[in-house]
Design a protein around this ligand. Sequence first.
Ligand code: HEC
Ligand code: HEC
Length: 329
Amino acid sequence: MNIEMSFSIKFIFLLIPVVFVFSSCNQSKKNVHPEIAHLTESKPYNAALSFQLLTSNCFACHSPNPEIEVRVAPSMAEIKSSYISKYQQEEAFIQQMTEFLSKPLADKSLMPAAVEQYGIMPKMEFSASDLNQIARYLHRTPLENENWYTDDFPNEKIKYAIDENELGIEQRGLKLAMATKGVLGKNLLKAIQDKGTSGALSFCNTRAIPLTDSMSNEMVAHIKRVSDFNRNPANKANFAESSYIQNGRTLLAAGSKLMPKVIEEEDKYISYYPIMTTELCLQCHGIPEEDIQPDVLETIISLYPTDRAMGFKEGDLRGIWVIEMAKDK
Ligand code: HEC
Ligand code: HEC
């Protein structure tokens, strides 16, 4: 378990060279957290941005490495092949994929066998505009070719990489949060697929914090997930974190954007990034009885007698990533 886990962490880390690329002269179009990306306007096609979105948000589950053993989802090559066989024309390909990803439903799937094998893909919070970018990249890139992973992928990484030092603190922290989210998400899905929701609870119970900690070590930063309505007492937001979260809920209710926040201290930077509730989360964080099955509820209460992390709805602010980076790193 440990070896496999640290392998996948390294693997994913290697696949995430940079999260976002910025058009240096146009600050107002600065990319935001994917969780809140639905607030970004549509942009012209940007291959580098698409590549970064794909590698940092999709490859954790859809690894392009044909040799990976533990699969939680079909490879991106398999997906590309299925889509291109039905939709050769670019706009049709993009439309079909964007529609599915905006609201994954079994009856819209082009890959019913994958839905059968892995369960339906969890919905991700992306704007149609970002999904469009990703789908266009997939259409234009021959990742269904046998040698893409070994021959072309390394070149793409170089071509679309940007200097780590050119990233601001906010973007560096975001990159760490997204990498950790990818690893946690993949492992959560795997646990649900293998053991069901109730069984997956014990994964979260015993593995979530160690996994987050191991990402911290890997990335030379301190990474945690906290909430004002926390399940594990160890994940309780402190006063400053709670203030950001509560203010965030007010902003969301008013229809405003939620921006990450960076706090500068003498020896470190601390940044906050929102964690939104998606449909996948409801089976463990939704409304008891309605979303949470009785056996799951029972397990939650027995593992976390002081649980406060139920009653969430899709689109609610669930908590935040807190990333601490020492200065001069
Ligand atoms: C947490 C794991 C996970 C992540 C992250 C993920 N997917 Fe998926 N995806 C799945 C699973 C499982 C399936 C197979 C079941 C299905 O087809 O719905 C799937 C299927 C798909 C399909 C095929 C849909 C069909 O017609 O059935 C597409 C397209 C897709 N994913 C694109 C993406 C893109 C693009 C991203 C990144 C923005 C992404 N996925 C991120 C788990 C994931
Ligand atoms: C299989 C059940 C399960 C699912 C599904 C699940 N969680 Fe959790 N979640 C847990 C458990 C258990 C904990 C406590 C982990 C621990 O002990 O560190 C937790 C903790 C958290 C925390 C840390 C704060 C706290 O309350 O302790 C956040 C934030 C969180 N989950 C967000 C999410 C989001 C967002 C999703 C959906 C993408 C999700 N969870 C899906 C079971 C689940």
